[in-house]
Design a protein around this ligand. Structure first.
Ligand SMILES: C[S@@+](CC[C@H](N)C(=O)[O-])C[C@H]1O[C@@H](n2cnc3c(N)ncnc32)[C@H](O)[C@@H]1O
Length: 244
């Protein structure tokens, strides 16, 4: 195993004798906090819509019915970026709740702005690491679906370990899904698409809804970014697995 810290300081040993940094290595994160300017429009959206649609991260279980003001099937979205697909899908499916996690502040502002513009009542945003949200805020069997669209591909081999779709996270997602619930991932990076297929196929609680890759489900819009890639001849791969 590689070094966990670079500080050169030796942490005090824990009662078991092992240094704490060995027992509790810093979790590998799937994101880096990108710099990015929040626009005036996004800042206004934070002010206007934040109090109603942002849920604070807290290491305590979230009451979904209370958070959304109703009981409805809940879809978790991990890493919504600027929220283009999120707002589109939430508009198509007013009968579902969308719990959406993103760490990038301008993205959160952009989705709040879309919520205001399209009067979307069925989205709640947690501006925090989705892995911690899963671990601490969500109960087992509480989700009807999970969307992970174009997660950071972490192209370089030495960064592959930062990818979201890996066995431990997929096991966690499966445990949070209700029976009949689904995981839908999409990527434009073929090696990651193969990894998604392999990792999801290896999770015993999940079954592929089709042979191999899925056709893009109608609800997932072609975003500007994806359209541009397709025009350049790049591929896009969807995978949809279900918990039986
Ligand atoms: C490449 S972008 C794709 C955004 C969007 N889904 C789309 O299709 O355009 C990936 C996003 O995932 C976010 N992200 C990565 N890991 C995350 C995590 N653990 N929790 C929440 N957001 C995360 C990043 O901040 C980034 O905005």
């Amino acid at each position: 195993m590689g070094r966990v810290t670079d500080t050169g300081n030796s942490p005090a040993p824990s009662p078991s004798g092992a240094p704490d940094h060995i027992q509790h290595p810093r979790a590998i994160r799937s994101f880096v906090r990108r710099a990015g300017r929040t626009t005036i429009g996004q800042a206004k959206a934070f002010e206007q819509w934040g109090p109603r649609f942002l849920l604070p991260y807290s290491a305590t279980p979230l009451d979904l019915a209370q958070a959304f003001g109703r009981e409805a099937p809940t879809i978790l979205e991990i890493g919504f970026g600027m929220g283009e697909a999120t707002a589109h899908i939430a508009g198509l499916m007013p009968e579902k709740n969308f719990l959406c996690c993103e760490v990038h502040e301008p993205g959160v502002g952009a989705l709040l702005k879309r919520i205001g513009e399209h009067e979307l009542a069925n989205i709640r945003i947690v501006q925090h690491d989705a892995v911690e949200v899963l671990d601490h805020m969500l109960a087992p069997d509480c989700l009807a679906g999970v969307h992970v669209f174009f997660p950071d591909p972490w192209h370089k081999l030495r960064h592959n370990k930062r990818r979201l779709i890996q066995p431990p996270l997929v096991a966690k997602l499966a445990a949070h899904l209700q029976r009949g619930g689904y995981i839908h991932c999409a990527t434009d990076w073929e090696p990651y698409a193969q990894q998604m297929l392999e990792v999801l196929s290896a999770e015993p609680a999940l079954q592929n809804t089709t042979q191999g890759f899925a056709a893009r489900p109608d609800y997932r819009p072609l975003t500007k970014f994806e359209n541009r890639g397709l025009k350049l001849g790049h591929g896009v791969w969807d995978v949809v697995f279900r918990k039986s």
